[in-house]
Design a protein around this ligand. Structure first.
Ligand code: IDP
Ligand code: MG
Length: 138
């Protein structure tokens, strides 16, 4: 069993899609261990997306991620990191496969509805950024 970290982003929370997206997550045999709705501060968003700080879209991304509430979650399952990346679909919804969350719900390459960790190592870092161990419930 492996854990991964998920964010349902402001565009999806605003459109009342938390339940729809979580249904897709559960249908893929991923278990939601923890889930909470928060507002990211500008500082948190900058730290979270630090790897992209030199990219031209960085400031816009931070603005977008702080434009509304997000739902942060910890998911668990077999091959959870890769499995969740698969059901999320490609970063650009125009390139996402049919049946993926981003194909179905993303508005643009920026407002693309969901985040998922890209490695087990980053999953651990991202989970501990938002959750303490006692919040993860099997
Ligand atoms: P990922 O979320 O699929 O892992 P990353 O390349 O890590 O994609 O980018 C992080 C986030 O930055 C994306 O999910 C998206 O919200 C935003 N983003 C990525 N590329 C672009 C772009 O070219 N223009 C605007 N926003 C982008
Ligand atoms: Mg990424």
């Amino acid at each position: 069993m492996q854990k991964t970290f998920s964010i349902i982003k402001p565009d999806a929370v605003k459109r009342n899609l938390i339940g729809h997206i979580n249904q897709m997550i559960e249908n893929a045999d991923l278990k939601i261990l923890a889930s909470k709705k928060i507002y990211l501060t500008k500082n948190q968003a900058q730290i979270f997306y630090e790897v992209h700080k030199e990219r031209p879209f960085f400031n816009s991304l931070v603005e977008y991620m702080t434009s509304g509430a997000v739902q942060v979650q910890v998911l668990e399952g077999e091959d959870a990191v890769l499995k969740y990346r698969k059901i999320m679909g490609a970063t650009n919804p125009d390139e996402a496969e049919e049946g993926t969350i981003r194909k179905q719900y993303a508005e643009s390459i920026e407002a693309n509805s969901v985040h998922g960790s890209d490695s087990e190592e980053n999953a651990k870092i991202e989970i501990s950024f938002f959750f303490s161990g006692s919040e993860l419930v099997e």
